[in-house]
Design a protein around this ligand. Structure first.
Ligand code: G3P
Ligand code: CA
Length: 264
């Protein structure tokens, strides 16, 4: 499996914009993706789910209430799960006002919309959402097909470490890996992985992506010894950013990429 997984350099860890620059714009929208590109994040992290009619969309929560006006637009629906809505329905929602009135009308966008906005230098880290269990449903294969449309040449993007996929769900990560083996694959983990888990991961995964709060020097060193990379989330405080950088992590997933891209 590929060695490069994120465009870390001598300048420090890759700066990965969590749901776009979600600290300053509504998460997973065009506004957040554009802000991340503008702020020179190395990579944009997004969350991939599927609509009831098979469109891959960029949305974090399993249901729509927190970040859209769905309850006003579709009152009394039995379910507000993303997967119970068609793309035609989802695209009518306002996914910006909850964050700030300045973003009123900002729509939900598709994975293809995200890819179109990246340009040829900003990378993509696509998370297969844990809201569905997608192995065996065709989603990993569809994700692979859509990633092949990344701007420029997919091989160039891979060579530059501009493309990656991650999931909390082992079966989903492995199904994607089977569909597109050249793309670095990461397993997300909220807990600190045990030695046994790390050994098992090293047989197939390229990245171990834990919550930063469980990440220490021993973990970073062990992941590296086993030939994998480590991207930590979600690191928003300057002190924590410095601490993670000093541990030698490969990528820092943050809502505020500018705090890191402004480094000297
Ligand atoms: O990229 C890591 C992070 O996004 C995982 O958690 O819930 O924000 O998708 P969550
Ligand atoms: Ca995510």
């Amino acid at each position: 499996s590929p060695a490069a997984a994120s465009p870390a350099s001598d300048d420090g860890p890759a700066v990965i914009a969590h749901r776009g620059s979600s600290g300053i714009a509504p998460e997973n929208t065009t506004a957040a993706v554009r802000a991340a590109v503008r702020q020179r994040a190395d990579v944009v992290e997004i969350d991939v789910q599927r609509t009831s009619d098979g469109r891959l969309v960029n949305f974090h929560d399993c249901t729509l209430e927190r970040t859209t006006d769905v309850e006003e637009r579709f009152p009394g629906r039995a379910s507000y799960r993303v997967s119970d809505f068609t793309w035609a329905e989802l695209r009518t929602l306002d996914a910006g006002s909850w964050f700030d009135e300045r973003f009123a009308g900002e729509p939900i966008i598709t994975l293809r919309d995200v890819i179109r906005q990246l340009g040829r230098t900003t990378g993509l880290l696509a998370e297969i959402s844990p809201c569905g269990h997608y192995a065996g449903t065709g989603l990993p294969e569809q994700l692979a097909a859509e990633l092949r449309s990344i701007p420029g040449d997919v091989d160039d993007a891979l060579e530059d470490g501009r493309l990656g996929v991650q999931s909390f769900v082992v079966a989903d990560a492995q199904a994607f890996q089977a569909a597109m083996p050249d793309v670095p694959i990461g397993l997300l983990d909220a807990e600190r992985p045990t030695e046994a888990e790390l050994l098992e991961l090293s047989t197939w995964a390229d990245q171990v992506n834990p919550q930063f709060t469980v990440t220490d020097q021993a973990l970073v060193d062990r992941v590296h010894e086993l030939g994998m990379e480590i991207n930590v989330w979600t690191v928003d405080e300057p002190g924590a950013m410095r601490r993670m950088r000093d541990l030698g992590v490969d990528g820092i997933i943050t809502d505020f990429p500018q705090s890191l891209t402004l480094r000297g």
